[in-house]
Design a protein around this ligand. Structure first.
Ligand SMILES: *[C@@H]1O[C@H](CO)[C@@H](O)[C@H](O)[C@H]1NC(C)=O
Ligand SMILES: *[C@@H]1O[C@H](CO)[C@@H](O)[C@H](O)[C@H]1NC(C)=O
Length: 255
């Protein structure tokens, strides 16, 4: 496993909203080469994704005909406003083509949205083959108390996420002390079945005992699901009574 570390102050992410993505993947095994049909299909697909995802916060679609058909999926985090969603997906569509100009399989992750396309139909399939993981470098001071509370909150919101009416989203908070609240959010892409969603979230949360161990905050972003917890409010509506904010985080990307 090839780990790539870099320091990334969260403040930067929050202020610069016309933002850098959290990560991207350009599959070098899927070079388009001189096939301009695929390129054109990707551009048309992205135009459709940007237009339609604005109203539904989610789209899974395809464009073109065999053998140059391309499949695409875009989804926003379920708690963000349609305005933020729309601008996130616009950024994603623009950036993914700049960053992966020559690949038929490309993915881009932001905090508010995720976008991918591929020549191979991936829709409806769980994919945890590559993940972007962030952890806060600060550790909790009372892991014996913290970890069970984190586990309980995660269990609760994971079970919410797989209920059809929640469209893959689960979020919640637990007061750990009068001054400290734990916030967590999980989300699956909406093309997944309940069982596949549960599986993706289980794999994501499976990183907690190793990568995230005792950290004050952690994020796992896969192509099929997103999991995050923090000791400060990060999902909408923001908790007006809690002004805690993030400290420095370390980003780890793998494989
Ligand atoms: C947090 O814990 C990890 C692993 O237990 C350790 O490597 C790291 O240095 C700790 N961080 C701080 C800021 O003490
Ligand atoms: C904020 O605090 C006030 C007063 O204690 C309380 O009534 C309100 O429900 C709290 N809001 C949230 C979102 O927790």
């Amino acid at each position: 496993m090839n780990l790539l570390y870099s320091l990334l102050p969260l403040l930067f992410l929050c202020i610069c909203r016309a933002v850098d993505p959290l990560g991207q993947f350009c599959n070098e095994d899927t070079n388009i080469g001189s096939n301009s049909k695929i390129s054109a299909n990707i551009d048309n697909l992205l135009a459709e994704v940007v237009t339609k995802a604005a109203s539904t916060a989610y789209i899974a679609t395809s464009y073109g005909n065999d053998p140059d058909e391309v499949y695409g999926l875009a989804q926003c985090r379920g708690d963000v406003s349609s305005k933020d969603c729309s601008s996130c997906i616009q950024d994603a569509a623009k950036q993914i083509r700049e960053r992966c100009p020559n690949q038929a399989d490309a993915r881009i992750w932001y905090d508010f949205c995720f976008l991918r396309y591929n020549k191979v139909n991936f829709i409806g399939e769980v994919d945890t083959s590559l993940g972007i993981l962030y952890r806060n470098v600060d550790n909790v001071t009372d892991p014996e108390n913290f970890n069970p509370q984190l586990g309980a909150l995660m269990d609760k919101i994971r079970s919410e996420a797989v209920m059809p009416e929640n469209e893959g989203l689960g979020k919640g908070k637990t007061k750990l002390s009068p001054f400290v609240t734990l916030y967590a959010l999980v989300q699956c892409t909406r093309d997944l079945s309940q069982i596949d969603c549960a599986q993706c979230l289980a794999i994501a949360v499976g990183n907690f005992p190793n990568f995230c161990i005792n950290s004050k905050g952690c994020r796992v972003l896969y192509s099929s699901c997103y999991v995050r917890y923090e000791l400060y409010p990060f999902f909408f509506p923001l908790d007006p009574n809690d002004t805690s904010s993030a400290t420095t985080e370390v980003m780890v990307l793998y494989p």
